[in-house]
Design a protein around this ligand. Sequence first.
Ligand code: GDP
Ligand code: MN
Length: 372
Amino acid sequence: MKLFEYQAKELFGEHGIPIPASTLIGGISELNKAIEEIGLPCVLKAQVLQGGRGKAGLVKLVSTKEEANVEAERILKVTGKKLLVEGAVLFEKEMYLAITVDPISGSALVMACLEGGIEIEEIARTKPDRIIKEKVDTSWGLMPFQASNVMYALGLDKNQAAEGSKILLKLYNLFVKNDTELVEINPLMILKDGTMIAADGKVNIDDNALYKHSRYSMTRDHFKNDMEYEAAQDGIPYIQFDGDIGLMVAGAGLANVVYDLVSYYGGTVANYLEFGGPNYHKAHKCMKMMLDSKPKCILIATFGTIARADVMAQGIVDAVRELKPDIPIVAVIRGTGEEEAQELLKSVGLNPLNDTEEAVKKAVELAGGGSQ
Ligand code: GDP
Ligand code: MN
């Protein structure tokens, strides 16, 4: 789960990482009061979960009340979300500082760069050597000497390195305590006097650990569209694309393969949802969502292991009886209990196939696409 910037900064504050003064507002009527509290110049920051707000005009430095009103109104209109009114910072340099999980080494990975700010992706692409990396064995935790190594490798002087190390150690503490997959400060602004202040913040909490962090809950704002939000209420992974074929697939790995096969045979994917694993008894709900999203054709592909194919099939059968879909459905349902599953599907007029590739070809054809 991604936290909003204002939530990330609240955590920074709790962990002793310096942040600018700020006030969160829900609408334009609260702006003048917020400006009185924060003062001018200030920065207006859209509280959306996408990065790159600066480039998209969703972070705006303003120096008068009039300008603030015009810009706040514009940003609120574009996003429809909350707005953070934050004290502007007079900075010398922008540092990028992040900790993430390195899946290959199974360690935490610190990344830092003195050319932070809105062009960090470009730096990562064109000058990757400017990004200093330090692996952290999580059973030991981040050692103070490692934090210093990172700061000196960036070329900071003694005072700045001491300040940067302190902040990095606090950030590591936050990273561990909150079961995060990523914490990022970009920019960590370096001021003339060598002090530093976190002007932006990203914190992603591992969804599997959310039960330990009850202060956070997923809201509609965390999802790109209503369908993804609705699916998440039932714990169903759902991704919206813009093609023709709806994929009801047992799991993420199989979904990747099926997606690639659809593309290979010249078709396009409308959306994808997962009804295997813990969701194998939710076929009915999944089918309803699929039909609501109005693809040209539905492709059901499973390979049941612990998730029994016959239980999934029963859900599909119930859904077909009740919802009477008026679009073609292609099914390839295999794995534990497949004979029974196939019989069940036949009972509602479906003609289950045995081969995934064959099923994909048929779905592409029924959706009116296909090039090979
Ligand atoms: P992002 O584009 O979504 O990453 O939003 P940021 O909060 O990082 O803001 C984008 C950029 O605005 C920063 O990288 C700064 O270069 C610039 N900026 C200029 N003055 C300020 C300031 O006082 N505060 C903040 N937050 N950003 C500023
Ligand atoms: Mn940023």
